[in-house]
Design a protein around this ligand. Structure first.
Ligand code: F6R
Length: 609
């Protein structure tokens, strides 16, 4: 969480920094700030509460400055105030720092520095960094660069830091430990950012800093210092074509809506990228060298957070049905608190759109340390999760800007199902009929076009309700959780996903004419019981919306609003149902005038635990 951006070069820096921060706003938008060194050598700081737009309003973007750093904040330590906004400076105002992450030992450091006479102006953990550097330079006589490399061993926790000192106006320092940071190579200019969309407009050449590395960034070069070997090292920058990086709304009012409608394309891309074999097998390119002995595996342990967890939870049902494994799914944030007693032949599957979710990373490290193999699904092949897993599958969803995950959820569902088929082939040599997947993008495309107006009309009918219950059973239940999460996170309307069988054990008390129930009622093994549960809700006068099969007259007569799924192979239901849940949440939020792409209090990648 938090976005950081740095520029040094032959052009005026503020327009770059502000535009970079705008592209990083999905990481947090509680406050924003910049530091730059002007032509007279002054270190200038400007910061505001709220979004980058507010910052833009107080900045003179044409000011003669060629080096600067910026920050957009998701508050962790210290409230949302101007004082707590980054950048933070030392007592004398020489050193400016922006930070993403959490410095866990900041209290001890702060006490120590206060005793040595430093005066703190904020409640943040970050502020210890400029004071610590000041102390190392002024009191211990260290040279700036030496002081900076020194702090790797002094700070606990996670950090991506950008540091600038007005006494050295030709260099920026960028440090990474467990929080993402990327340097971009330009021509007579260089860049640093938390994520690649902020850089895509300026360069296609990048280096992802690894843990405990520092980049020394000047106008003409970027050098990488590695604290493990305590020297500068050679690196190979990577090239990523600009069209894969730059995200535009393409005429849609929000990224989220664009991303919902992009889902057919994402699925098509995934299918095209499979290595198909005329004999009826296929390979998932990214794991072609995967040597997991699937025959020996006893247990699959799926770990993820939020929407990615829902994808894993959905998968548990079909994997358990079709594979000879015991499949467990757990929230990464819960794994910490468990004493895992698991068989040796367990494979961990982690799922993470960003690949930077702190809880997922810590679980990954914990289980790898114990010797388990980890296979991950991530949407960023350069991310920490991808790099630290034994094997990873790139979700190929393209950059997702909307804070609410949509197309990456779809990609997770598709890849997890393909992975199941792939394992089945490895285990039983069963031929795989990929035709179902090949048709999926077209079904999705047609369905999105046909259903959007109806979903909008239903959203219009209910958008002013304060509580929604999403009900489903069995394998459909994780989708109810996902539908409820989508609604609450972007519309701020309370919504709960409840296993319909649990209603009578308590939640049914919530039902009244003001509490719509959203049921997922496919004609599968959950059908009859779901109808009973909806009858019970109707008897309590709750309005009922249902996602169900077209031509299901019984259901149609029972509910207030039916959103029909076409009478096709049930294989397609979860995918089609997913887009309905996404569209419903989107339209409700839009009708309520919410900031859909950047809902309050949220950030796209949750890099703190
Ligand atoms: C909800 C959402 C979050 C993420 C969660 C995990 O729309 O996006 O719940 O799914 O923060 O993030 P990743 O998948 O990046 O690990």
């Amino acid at each position: 969480m938090c976005g950081i951006f740095g520029y040094i070069g032959d052009k005026i820096c503020l327009p770059y920094i502000v535009s970079g921060l705008e592209k990083l706003e999905y990481r947090g938008y509680d406050s924003a700030g910049v530091a730059y060194i002007d032509n007279e050598g002054n270190l200038e700081i400007r910061k505001v509460v709220g979004k980058v737009q507010n910052l833009k309003e107080i900045l003179d973007l044409s000011v003669n400055s060629f080096i600067g750093i910026g920050h957009t904040r998701w508050a962790t330590h210290g409230g949302i105030t101007q004082q707590n906004a980054h950048p933070h400076v030392d007592c004398q105002g020489n050193i400016a720092v922006v930070h993403n992450g959490i410095i866990e030992n900041y209290k001890e450091l702060k006490d120590y520095l206060i005793k040595r006479g430093h005066i703190f102006r904020s409640q943040t953990d970050t502020e210890v960094v400029p004071h610590l550097l000041e102390d190392l330079i002024d009191n211990e006589g260290l040279e700036l660069e030496y002081a900076i490399t020194n702090i790797f061993s002094k700070l606990n926790g996670s950090f991506a830091l950008l540091i600038m000192d007005k006494r050295r106006p030709n260099v920026l320092y960028a440090l990474r430990k467990q929080s993402p940071l990327i340097v971009g190579f330009g021509n007579k200019e260089n860049f640093v950012a938390s994520d690649i969309p902020a850089l895509g407009e300026y360069t296609d050449k990048f280096y992802y800093l690894k843990d405990n590395q520092m980049a020394k960034v000047t106008r003409d070069e970027i050098r990488i210092w590695d604290s493990n070997v305590k020297k500068y090292i050679e690196i190979n920058p990577i090239k990523i074509p600009q069209e894969r990086i730059r995200a535009e709304k393409n005429g849609y009012p929000h990224f989220m809506l664009k991303e919902i409608f992009e889902q057919p394309l994402v699925v098509r891309r995934i299918i095209t990228e499979l290595e198909r074999d005329p004999s009826g097998s296929f390979e998932i390119k990214d794991i072609i060298n995967c040597d997991i002995p699937w025959h020996k595996v006893e247990k699959i342990f799926i770990v993820a957070c939020g929407t990615s967890y829902h994808a894993g939870y959905y998968t548990k049902f079909s994997w358990e049905e079709e594979l000879p494994y015991w499949v467990e799914v757990e929230l990464a944030s819960q794994v910490h608190h468990r004493n895992l007693r698991i068989p040796d032949n367990t494979v961990f599957v982690t799922i993470s759109q960003s690949g930077e979710t702190a809880d997922v990373i810590s679980t990954l490290r914990k289980v790898k340390e114990k010797g388990y193999k980890v296979l991950s699904l991530v949407n960023n092949p350069q991310s920490t999760v991808a790099r630290e897993s034994d094997y990873f599958i790139n979700l190929r969803a393209g950059i997702e800007i909307g804070v609410a995950a949509t197309k990456t959820f779809m990609a997770e569902l598709v890849y997890l199902d393909l992975l199941k088929e792939y394992i089945k082939y490895k285990l039983f040599n069963e031929k795989v009929n990929l035709e179902k997947w090949v048709l999926l993008p077209t079904y999705l495309e047609n369905y999105l076009t046909n259903i959007k107006d109806l979903v909008f009309d239903i959203a219009k009918k209910y958008y002013n309700k304060k509580n929604f219950l999403y009900l489903a059973r069995g394998r459909n239940f994780p989708l109810a959780l996902e539908g409820a999460l989508k609604l609450k996170e972007i519309s701020y309307v309370h919504a709960e996903g409840i296993p319909a069988g649990e209603m009578k054990h308590g939640p049914i008390a919530l039902l009244d004419p003001e509490t719509p129930v959203f049921g997922i009622v496919y004609q599968d093994d959950t059908y009859t019981k779901m109808l009973n549960n909806l009858e019970e809700a109707k008897a309590r006068k709750a309005p009922i919306i249902a996602l169900g099969n077209e031509n299901d007259r019984k259901l149609e007569n029972l509910v207030d609003d039916l959103i029909p799924i076409p009478s096709i192979d049930p294989f397609y239901y979860p995918y089609l149902g997913t887009v309905v849940l996404q569209l419903f949440a989107y339209y409700v939020a839009d009708l309520l005038g919410r900031e859909i792409d950047q809902p309050r209090n949220l950030a796209k990648s949750v890099t703190v635990e």
